[in-house]
Design a binder for this molecule. Structure first.
Ligand code: SAM
Length: 209
């Protein structure tokens, strides 16, 4: 069998130096004692103790590290090598697979000794608006394929005033992509504090249809 074709570059990778402030900014916020784990608190509320959680597009590790500290079994996956290095330096106990979501096949996870089915997939902090152009449905489908029975996906992204190198993702298009990927929206909110739906930010909890 030949090698798989290379995956298209993510919008994050194409953003280059324009995306590079993220890791340092969060490191500064953490040093200042800021609350940077709102997403993780909601994620923690969605699962029982000791759940298997995949942090998909884990960045510098802030969410996965918090969930690990709550006693969950966390696998992080992050394709940006600079962020993988930062995450491993800050939280050596958090296992980070240097892989992008489309590369998270059962074979890849098995060879990394990681679970192949998760109670919760966390895909927050605009990951979905940074994936490679045209891969949104494939990414959502891949995440859905990694769910254990009853498992769910927590996603969150800006609807307005997002990062400059991210795409705009209108709620109608997102909802159509969710359906095409064989998923359903169980809940939608305007933020991780469960504020009502608004046109600024989209938090959604997805499950297999
Ligand atoms: C703004 S950062 C957020 C990181 C982290 N989730 C957080 O909230 O701190 C966006 C992340 O999306 C990741 N990303 C973009 N496309 C991806 C893909 N196809 N698979 C995995 N991660 C991806 C980038 O590498 C980057 O780490």
């Amino acid at each position: 069998m030949g090698d798989a074709p290379p995956l298209p570059p993510t919008r994050w990778a194409l953003g280059g130096s324009r995306t590079s402030g993220y890791g340092d900014r969060f490191a500064e916020l953490i040093a200042e004692g800021a609350d940077v784990v709102g997403e993780a608190r909601l994620a923690d509320a969605l699962v029982p103790r000791g759940a298997a959680i995949l942090d998909a597009g884990s960045g510098m590790g802030r969410i996965g590290a918090h969930l690990l500290a709550q006693g969950h079994r966390v696998t992080a996956a992050e394709p940006d090598p600079v962020l993988v290095e930062q995450s491993r330096r800050l939280w050596p106990e958090l296992e980070v697979l240097p892989l992008e979501i489309l590369a998270l096949t059962s074979d890849a996870l098995t060879s990394a000794a990681a679970p192949t089915a998760y109670d919760l997939v966390v895909c927050v902090g605009n990951v979905l608006t940074f994936v490679a152009e045209g891969t949104e449905v494939a990414v959502l489908r891949r995440l859905g394929s990694l769910l254990a029975p009853g498992g769910r996906i927590l996603v969150g992204f800006h609807l307005q005033e997002g990062p400059t190198t991210a795409r705009e993702y209108a709620p109608e298009e997102f909802l159509a992509d969710v359906e095409e990927a064989g998923l359903v929206v169980q809940h939608r909110f305007g933020g991780y504090d469960l504020r009502p739906v608004d046109d600024l930010y989209c938090v959604a909890i997805l499950a297999r249809a």
